[in-house]
Write a protein that binds this ligand. Structure first.
Ligand code: FES
Ligand SMILES: [Fe+2]
Length: 355
């Protein structure tokens, strides 16, 4: 049984990654090939030719069809083989499964599980990724670690103080208590930490230009299993609640992560930082891109290391959890529920009509 929930949407790619060519990516243990048709729709097929299993992602596209790079079996966007060499009649079984995909908020989502259950209304939203009111920097780092370690990592902000000290972490981040709420029906975990008078880490002082202490709010929403949002609000200390009026004296940064299991011990870590200030300032863009990449890599190194530890340890090792882990434990509980719910449903996609 896979450790990830089936019958879920996962981020497969950024829209901009799927252009003229073929993109191969393993999502939840499924090797998939993605491409864009001439009409602009994204297609996802199994990345294995039915003939001798050559990866279709290493083949080439011709008129919205993939021509296998080994012996030339040709597949249309529904996965049906429409041509084979020296063969007039194509066997009816010559087809590769097609997966349901949907583009939303500049992300390409793929439904993993029973294709008949795909419901686009259930894709969580991150509209700032595609909004003229924000400037976005983004990247993707493959982890050699199971996806649950990335969930743990993102749910606990206290590690910023230690793992990311000098970048985004300051003492207040670890010292201020958190509040955690869980929406069991929607499978969302909310974690909040509001600091009224905090040190400003370089990540924010250099990008906003604020000098001195700040009010710093961190409000996390985790839409299990796939999307993590951190609404970050920074303003000079003394400017508090936006409830009485417009929040125009504060700087807003939306930190977004697509958390996508690739294999049992590999994860695709899609990270995005969107800001609502200095929109056209290239220096700020460059600073946030470089700085956030450094922060992401600090996590990558730590999580890859943790995966090695987990793989080498005995079963039933007992962890010790404390208050800062409340959000992470809630996320684990929801994931366990979703995994159990997806159990018994095949992950194998049926051949379906492409959009
Ligand atoms: S492996 Fe694809 S055509 Fe032979
Ligand atoms: Fe981190």
């Amino acid at each position: 049984m896979p450790s990830w929930p089936l019958n879920q949407w996962y981020v497969a790619a950024y829209s901009e990654e799927i252009g003229d060519g073929l993109l191969g990516r393993t999502i939840c243990g499924e090797p998939l090939v993605f491409y864009r048709t001439g009409e602009g729709d994204v297609v996802a097929l199994a990345d294995r030719c039915v003939h001798r299993r050559y990866p279709l992602s290493r083949s080439h596209l011709k008129d919205d069809q993939i021509v296998c790079g080994y012996h030339g079996f040709t597949y249309d966007k529904t996965g049906v083989c429409v041509a084979a060499p020296a063969q007039k009649r194509i066997p009816r079984t010559a087809r590769v499964p097609a997966w349901t995909v949907r583009e939303q908020d500049s992300l390409v989502w793929v439904w993993i599980g029973d294709q008949g259950l795909a419901d686009t209304a259930r894709i969580p939203r991150a509209p700032w990724l595609d909004s003229p009111d924000y400037t976005v920097v983004r990247g993707m780092e493959p982890l050699k670690a199971r996806y649950s370690l990335l969930v743990d990592n993102l749910m606990d902000l206290s590690h910023e103080t230690y793992l990311h000290g000098g970048y985004i972490g300051t003492p207040e981040v670890a010292e201020t208590p958190i509040t955690t709420e869980v929406d069991e029906d929607a499978n969302v975990v909310y974690v909040s930490r509001h600091m009224d008078d905090a040190e400003c880490p370089p990540f924010y002082s250099k990008s906003t230009g604020i000098e001195g202490r700040i009010t710093r709010w961190q409000d996390v929403e985790y839409y299990a299993p796939c999307l993590y949002l951190l609404h970050s609000r920074i303003s000079p200390a003394g400017i508090l609640s936006p409830e009485e009026g417009p929040d125009d004296q504060a700087f807003h940064v939306e930190v977004t992560y697509g958390i996508t299991p690739s294999t049992e011990h590999e994860t695709l870590d899609f990270w995005m930082v969107s800001r609502d200030f200095a929109l056209d300032d290239e220096k700020v863009t460059e600073f946030l891109a470089t700085n956030n990449h450094t922060v992401v890599m600090q996590d990558v190194v730590a999580l890859d290391l943790l995966e090695e530890v987990l793989e080498s340890e005995k079963e039933n090792y007992q962890e010790l959890s404390i208050n800062i882990d409340t959000g992470g434990l809630a996320a684990r509980r929801i994931l366990a529920k979703l995994v159990a719910r997806g159990e018994g449903k095949t992950a194998e996609a049926k051949t379906v009509a492409a959009p």
